[in-house]
Design a protein around this ligand. Structure first.
Ligand code: PLP
Length: 416
């Protein structure tokens, strides 16, 4: 076996080129800080794309994982296991759900939800009730079905033919949905807060209106809370903050705090359509994943933690407002809880990736949500001093950008 050290350069030699990872290789994390191969530190406002809700190497998650690792890793779905049963019971206690299906990624949870909606319609005499309505700018995953349901055509280009029976209408536009929905609609799927598409929150009136239209046309309402769930908005699930209950909810990202797991939640009536053998996955409900998620959910569902998320939202917004008073680079600051979007002002539009690069150079990890929005999705337990230090790094990054004409990848942080 080749024992030579691995570097970022090796990515281009041995991995498929569908990502463009940054120039550093992180090797260790603790709370909201990461360290790279050179020992440089980074404050994490990205949270592994809204996944690391409890920061890195949280002691209770490490304990849950290592304890389960000594007991049982995998049994498949021909047997049940204790962590999966406990986690499903807890999810039912904490939400509208009466039944839970576990999978491994957000896309798989959505795939299950969409298949269930079609099956439920078929089981209830709707042989022509096949249509799914989704929204432009939405993101639901990368399987062929979920990527087609997602409202961003750039992600389906070249993958045709695409599954039929999917319509897209503008988000937050109730009139457009009213015109599109009919008795042929089996499901409407949406993110209560669109993440990838630019950090756009549904308006409360829109969500209430969608619920009414779904009821009128007997279409199932699916909330994709893969990104906005698990405490991210300051509510355990975003629907609780809107007081609009879906028929099916999908969750992933933060659910395992960094361990891959997803879940589809629904009612017992709807779940009845998933008859034995109708759907499945080998790893879904894996004991290791469920043990970690059980520990994560206990921490995430604490009212004190959720209140902290709402308080930290204010700390971030005030800090970002201050930055913007100084630099004037943002047109709008938006989001809920700790899912924040900084929409770039006119001269900076299309350059969100330059902000990510500049932030990295100053020792700060941030995300994009499309070309015009810088997205922040830090750990929900990030401390106020860490927020302050991260915002200072962000200020230095923006300063670099505003004095530079051509952005470079030079790592000033390396020199510190
Ligand atoms: C990330 C994301 C997905 C896809 O999740 P994967 O785990 O990457 O399959 C689906 N929906 C939303 C809203 C997401 O943010």
């Amino acid at each position: 076996m080749n024992q030579s050290p691995v570097t970022r350069a090796l990515f281009d030699e041995v991995m498929t080129p569908n990502y463009a990872p940054a120039a550093i290789v992180p090797v260790r994390g603790e709370g909201s800080r990461l360290w790279d191969q050179e020992g440089r530190d980074y404050i994490d406002f990205a949270g592994g794309i809204a996944v690391s809700v409890l920061g890195h190497t949280h002691p209770q998650l490490v304990a849950a994982l290592t304890e389960q690792a000594q007991k049982l890793w995998h049994v498949s779905n021909v047997l049940v296991n204790e962590p999966a049963l406990r986690l499903a019971r807890r999810l039912c206690e904490l939400t509208f759900a009466e039944r839970v299906f576990f999978a491994n990624s957000g896309a798989e949870a959505n795939e299950a939800a969409l298949k269930l909606a079609r099956k439920y319609a078929a089981d209830h005499g709707g042989s022509d009730k096949r249509e799914i309505i989704a929204f432009t700018q939405s993101f639901h995953g990368r399987t062929l079905f979920t990527v087609t349901v997602g409202g961003q055509p750039k992600y389906t280009e070249g993958f045709e033919p695409l599954p039929p029976g999917i319509t897209h209408v503008p988000f937050n536009d109730l009139a457009a949905l009213t015109a599109a929905i009919s008795d042929r609609t089996c499901a409407v799927i949406l993110e209560p807060v669109q993440g990838e598409g630019g950090v756009t929150s549904a308006t409360p009136a829109f969500l209430r209106g969608v619920r009414e239209l779904c009821d009128r046309h007997r279409a199932l309402l699916i909330f994709d809370e893969v990104q906005c769930g698990n405490g991210r908005t300051g509510h355990l699930y975003a629907y609780m903050g809107y007081d609009v209950t879906p028929d099916i909810l999908t969750t992933a990202k933060g659910l395992g705090g960094g361990f891959p797991i997803s879940a589809m939640l629904t009612t017992s009536t709807i779940a009845a359509s998933l008859t034995v053998g109708s759907h499945g996955t080998t790893y879904g409900g894996n004991p290791l994943a469920c043990a970690v998620a059980e520990a994560a959910l206990e921490l995430l569902s604490a009212p004190s933690l959720l209140a902290e998320v709402r308080a930290k939202h204010e700390v971030f917004m005030a800090g970002l407002e201050r930055l913007n008073q100084r630099f004037g680079v943002f047109r709008e600051l938006r989001g809920k809880g700790l899912l924040l979007g900084c929409e770039l002002a006119e001269p900076w539009r299309g350059r969100s990736r330059d902000f990510v690069r500049a932030a990295l150079a100053e020792g700060l990890l941030v995300l994009v949500a499309g070309p015009d929005v810088v997205r922040l999705a830090p750990a929900l337990i990030i401390s106020d001093p860490m927020i302050e230090e991260g915002l200072q790094r962000f200020a230095r990054a923006i300063e670099r950008l505003t004095v530079q004409t051509a952005p470079t990848e030079e790592l000033a942080h390396a020199a510190r």
